[in-house]
Design a protein around this ligand. Sequence first.
Ligand SMILES: [Mg+2]
Length: 263
Amino acid sequence: MVISTAPQILALDFDGVICNGLLEYFQTAKSTYIQVWTEHASDFLDNFADSFYRLRPVIKTGWEMPILLRALVLGLEEDKIQYDWSNLCKRILELDNLNKQNIIIKLDEVRDDYIYSDLEGWLKLHRFYPGVIKTISKIIKSSTLLYIITTKEGRFVQQLLEKQGVELPKNSILGKEIKQPKYETLRQLIQYHNQIPNQLWFVEDLLKTLYQVQQQPDLKEVKLFLANWGFNTPENHNLAQNSYGINLLSLGQFNDNYSSWLS
Ligand SMILES: [Mg+2]
């Protein structure tokens, strides 16, 4: 007898689970940086690309990206940035008398400009993780309902997927525009589909987001997975493995059948 372990609903994060947007992050960080600190050219900043990619997991929200680049230009050590990022980030803002809100606005402008002036170029800065497109296509054809819950604008996610030949209805992509925490969206999905929480599986690369789901008493039974191929650290992996109710997932498992996700 085959016992099916497939979830009724599968919710996936986008950046760091389906798509690797590192090139776009760096491009946007650079263009924003140049507007804030005018003494360096874009070419010079390219020297810091590799360190920036390595340190990407320290970033919690987009506006910190140009600040991370600044930290590297100032010569701060990667180790220090790794362990003390929120303090260092605050200090860099103070040092140059910068306002977080201004940086958020600048960064959004940079991104919007890029998208409107060169949409094709912008889309090309996004890479999909190996095997993921095939897996998603398979899931769409299965009885499991697939949702993407992301902090990116939903329409961009839809365009990126379309370019890969993946057609997902607009209402299956829940993006930045819905303006609510991910756990709230998960809760609504369960209610909307009249499911019990353990029929919803959620894959995310930010451990903090999984912890927030766990803190919701009515969502305790949701099956949570930390995508170890995304923007997180070995330390995060250890924490996930030692957290009751959080499963550490590899890309190999993700691309395999559901029973291997829980093994
Ligand atoms: Mg993510």
